[in-house]
Write a protein that binds this ligand. Structure first.
Ligand code: ADP
Ligand code: MG
Length: 385
């Protein structure tokens, strides 16, 4: 049977600890059946937000409703949620089938019905025939699929996942991403998925909420966030980007940004209206031509030198240093490689409408680190008390 996804609504949620603010004024609506990913660097408040939805952490202020019902004072096991963590937290002494049946037993589902539901859940995660095994007889990926089966077996209206693939290697992670996407489609619950891995977020999500420093920077579909980032943080955290910065001046509906003595044009105004701005261009929209070649009218052009040439199979990536030391990335498809080589003096060009004009901000260190899961919380969820 297909579970009905519930709508989740967080309004002005805040979580303070003695010496820090983990979540600061988070408001977010997650639609029934949606796949929402909370994406952000380590320490940005993703797990705290998820734990507030689960009921493991009480918010300091703000409200949470699931399916229109206020969740205040409702313990985790009464919230109709399933949960999967980075560390599988399967019961090692139980078989796979017993693990998956555990939440059904707790909910006093009759034995015969239990077996049917366990079989269906194992089929959903493609582990039919593994019911008699012990967790230690399974690979990491299989164990995580058992954890997923155990979380969906009672057809919760909400499924929460905190970095569930974080402990797996890249190949396995990618294949399990596809499994999770399929399970989401089949089960129909509302999924909230936490990751610090932007590629994973792009692959999985209907929408992504980008977290930074305890708050949400922007919410949108993958393509909205990629093509129309609202801040330098979002632009640089999602996908690769090339950024130039400079002082800004209005010119009709456009802005002129002076970058190391040269001027580039961008449409609109920087959101904050400050005296300096950043222009972000995705690497696939930058073109490179020999320095001596003429520049077409109406495009932005900056002189640069090719400082790195990286073969990618599907094409290549060029690192281009501007005279002030700024490094831009350009990406070329294998069937459209330019003739420029490492060390060449070149002109970098892009169409005005490909540049996204944003407020200037300090460069972000968007290198994600592996966050530590809080296992005691995970165990509290497993026992469902
Ligand atoms: P993320 O999951 O994005 O890595 P977390 O939600 O775990 O981030 O943490 C957000 C911030 O709150 C971090 O600075 C973290 O150190 C802090 N924090 C989380 N849990 C606690 C706690 N129990 N006590 C004190 N500080 C905490
Ligand atoms: Mg976390």
């Amino acid at each position: 049977m297909k579970a009905r996804g519930a709508r989740i609504e967080l309004a002005q949620v805040r979580k303070e600890y003695a010496d820090s603010v983990a979540v600061d004024d988070v408001s977010l609506v997650i639609e029934p059946g949606e796949f929402m990913t909370l994406l952000g660097p380590s320490g940005s408040g993703k797990t705290t937000t998820l734990n507030i939805v689960a009921g493991f952490t009480a918010a300091t202020s703000g409200t949470l409703t699931i399916g229109g019902v206020q969740m205040q004072d409702l313990p985790p096991h009464r919230r109709d949620i399933g949960m999967v963590f980075q560390h599988y937290a399967l019961f090692p002494h139980m078989t796979v089938a017993e693990n998956v049946a555990f939440p059904l037993k707790q909910r006093k589902v009759p034995r015969a019905r239990r077996k049917e539901m366990v079989d269906a859940a194992l089929e959903t995660v493609r582990l039919t025939g593994y019911g008699h095994r012990r967790p230690r007889e399974l690979s990491g990926g299989q164990q995580q699929r058992v954890a997923l089966a155990r979380a969906v077996v009672y057809e919760p209206s909400v499924l929460l996942m905190d970095e569930p693939l974080g402990a797996l290697d890249k190949k396995l992670r990618e294949s399990l991403q596809m499994e999770i996407k399929r399970v989401h489609r089949e089960v129909g619950s509302t999924f909230v998925f936490v990751t610090h891995d932007q590629e994973e977020a792009l692959v999985l999500s209907d929408r992504i909420a980008v977290f930074n420093d305890g708050g949400i920077q922007q919410v949108g579909t993958a393509s909205e966030l990629y093509e129309r980032p609202g801040s330098l943080f979002v632009a640089e955290f999602l996908g690769e980007s090339s950024t130039v910065r400079g002082t800004v001046q209005a010119d009709g509906g456009d802005s002129l940004v002076t970058v190391g003595g040269r001027t580039v044009r961008a449409t609109g105004r920087p959101p904050g209206g400050g005296p300096s701005a950043a222009v972000v261009v995705r690497p696939e929209h930058l073109r490179v031509q020999p320095a001596a070649a003429p520049v077409a009218p109406g495009v932005n052009a900056l002189p640069a030198r090719v400082v790195e040439e990286i073969y990618l199979g599907s094409g290549r990536k060029l690192e281009l240093a501007l005279p002030d030391g700024t490094v831009l990335l350009a990406r070329e498809q294998a069937d459209r490689l330019s003739a420029v080589r490492h060390g060449d003096e070149v002109t970098v060009v892009w169409d005005v409408e490909r540049g996204v004009l944003l407020d200037d901000a300090p460069a972000t260190a968007a290198a994600p680190t592996t966050p530590g899961d809080r296992v005691p919380v995970a165990l509290a969820a497993e026992s469902g008390r």
